[in-house]
Design a protein around this ligand. Structure first.
Ligand SMILES: Cc1cc2nc3c(=O)[nH]c(=O)nc-3n(C[C@H](O)[C@H](O)[C@H](O)COP(=O)(O)O)c2cc1C
Length: 170
């Protein structure tokens, strides 16, 4: 199975299901040091005349240290495959174990980011905007009360999509 560059215009996906049901792996770093974690919250869209993907990261994640430092990130989606790998990468920290090896994932390092051979769809992005959720900005206070009892508000990273890769099996 190989990943090939695909024009964004050719991609057909349900932006709701792909995050909430399929989940993805957010991967950030350099060839020397990188990390990945499972994400289920995010957005696709068109902003500032650019095709974008937005991910949200809580500050205690190891991945947070990478996304704060590095200008690019990738999000790999796997269809209905690699569920156990996604569960592992969403429950263990890269601070504690080599979860990429334990999850049986094969990283591919490219100039546009680090992603996984096993993915069926990969978005490579360059961060163009970042912000942080804050209590005052929620017009529905039930959300921060329920989602952030520890006040560990997500940081938001919007990336311009630079490359899309699809597997020849998808
Ligand atoms: C299905 C699922 C979705 C998740 N989505 C997010 C998310 O969108 N943002 C986030 O900060 N953490 C999310 N997490 C939690 C991180 O994946 C988890 O804390 C992970 O162990 C962090 O790894 P790290 O410390 O190596 O960065 C999710 C976990 C699961 C299982």
């Amino acid at each position: 199975m190989t990943l090939q560059r695909t024009a964004l215009e050719k991609i057909r996906l349900n932006p709701f299901d792909i995050f909430s049901k399929e989940w993805g792996l957010l991967t950030v770093g350099s060839a020397e040091s990188y990390n990945t974690m499972t994400i289920a919250w995010g957005q696709f869209g068109f902003m500032w005349n650019k095709n974008v993907i937005t991910v949200v990261v809580r500050p205690q994640r190891y991945t947070f240290e990478f996304i704060e430092k590095h200008p690019r990130f990738t999000v790999s989606f796997f269809g209905d495959k690699m569920r156990d790998a996604l569960k592992l990468c969403g429950s263990k920290s890269g601070r504690d174990i080599n979860k990429i090896a334990e999850a049986g994932l094969t990283p591919r390092v490219s100039e546009e980011g680090i992603f996984f051979e096993e993915a069926s769809l990969v978005f490579c992005a360059e961060t163009i905007y970042k912000s942080r959720s804050e209590y005052e900005s929620f017009t529905n206070k039930n959300i921060p009360d329920e989602i952030y009892p520890k006040r560990d508000y997500h940081h938001w990273y919007t990336g311009e999509i630079t490359t899309v890769l699809t597997s020849n099996e998808s």
